[in-house]
Design a protein around this ligand. Sequence first.
Ligand SMILES: Nc1ncnc2c1ncn2[C@@H]1O[C@H](COP(=O)(O)OP(=O)(O)OP(=O)(O)O)[C@@H](O)[C@H]1O
Ligand SMILES: [Mg+2]
Length: 313
Amino acid sequence: MTAAISVRGLRKSFGSLVVLDGLDLAVPEGSVFALLGPNGAGKTTTVDILSTLTPADAGEARIAGHDVRREPDAVRASIALTGQFSAVDNLLTGAENLRLMADLLHLDRRTGRARAAALLERFDLGEAASTSPVTYSGGMRRKLDLAMGLMGDPRIVFLDEPTTGLDPRSRRAMWDAVRDLVADGVTILLTTQYLDEADELADRIGVLDGGRLVAEGTSDELKRTVPGGHVRLQFTAAPDLEEAARVLGVPVADRAALALEVPGDGSVAALKALLARLDDARLDVAGLSLHTPDLDDVFLALTGRPAAEEVPS
Ligand SMILES: Nc1ncnc2c1ncn2[C@@H]1O[C@H](COP(=O)(O)OP(=O)(O)OP(=O)(O)O)[C@@H](O)[C@H]1O
Ligand SMILES: [Mg+2]
């Protein structure tokens, strides 16, 4: 498999602040890679270097086979970048913004118009086409920004926090747009602080911390790296709790809540066996809940910090 994006030993400092400390990364063609990391981890810096906006101090990065340092024009011709801060021009209408891109890209008039119309339709921006982005919602701006990037028909798209600040409906619209691109064979590198977003969209996820990827893999692989799957059992009286702890051979997790936690994968077979043991001991369970580790647990385990607040969906 050809790597659409390959990065080796990338370093970048701002003054004495080391932001990237030997970053390695490989993203196969036609896949989605999510770069996850807390504020200030270097996500935007990475995207800026890969899209030729910022030079790295050391290391090598190739985009669609082109070296970002030696062949910046070829790199720019194969990518689209939609940033954390939108590039939309408020003095132009939506359609004019797209036409401006067509001119910048030297598309002929027919191709430019056809692409603009198709993108306005795809992103459901038809009505917005004739008005200024000043009047758009945040979600509409993001979509127009992405549409502008797609005017050049790029094979590789960088999305820097594409859904931060969007409401659940706009987030889903953006996710659908990403899936459409992937279906067309486009390679996507996205940065996010939302673990559910990485879970939804990404083939592989990298957790950036301390200037390097501290973990990399599929969502399932990352979840397997952290312990934490358990069944939480709740009882109605303290003696039952104590007896259950003895029978199951686990410590009492939460005496005040009359609860214990039994490590396990939460499979039906394991649950049945667990309940049978309690039944044999004539112990009544008042409540039962399952906890399977999610990417939040991974993030916390790897970086020592909880992830950003999830937006309600
Ligand atoms: N031009 C610059 N000059 C000095 N410091 C910078 C510059 N750009 C970024 N930094 C610093 O580099 C670090 C990484 O910034 P970066 O924007 O890459 O983080 P990020 O992971 O994108 O964070 P966020 O989640 O907040 O967007 C931060 O500490 C930031 O203050
Ligand atoms: Mg950023």
